[in-house]
Design a protein around this ligand. Structure first.
Ligand code: FES
Length: 128
């Protein structure tokens, strides 16, 4: 896992993120190449919980708040398999697309909208 911080200068005001555009904005997080395949990179946003950005073997990118819904384990340190990550603390499997714990476990990690453009990962981060 690697870590990066989102610089405010990389805002993309032309394209509002999904949901409440007044409270979130797209920011460049990192290059896709900065995320190891089947791994994660931690993105720090000032005053907000850290975000884990995952890259799957088929080169899809997903983002979740880096906190397991069970007891807060760092999902960024988990093992990515398919489109899920297994938490390193107690092995819950969490879906990367919806943040939901796989049965029989119950709970949901917060998802963060992510998109890839020109090899760069953009995240819709809270600003308000
Ligand atoms: S904290 Fe993630 S499975 Fe327990």
């Amino acid at each position: 896992m690697s870590e990066t911080a989102i610089p405010a200068a990389h805002a993309d005001p032309a394209s509002p993120p999904p949901g409440d555009a007044a409270a979130t904005a797209w920011r460049v997080a990192c290059a896709v190449a900065d995320i190891p395949a089947q791994g994660a990179r931690v993105v720090a946003v000032a005053g907000r919980p850290e975000i884990a950005v995952f890259r799957t073997l088929d080169d899809r990118v997903f983002a979740l708040v880096d906190r397991c819904p069970h007891k807060g384990g760092p999902l960024s340190a988990g093992v990515v398999h398919g489109h899920a990550v297994t938490c390193p603390l107690h092995n819950w499997a969490i879906g990367l697309a919806d943040g939901r714990a796989r049965e029989p476990d119950e709970g949901c990690a917060r998802t963060v909208p992510a998109r890839v453009e020109g090899g760069m990962v953009w995240l819709a981060v809270e600003t308000g």
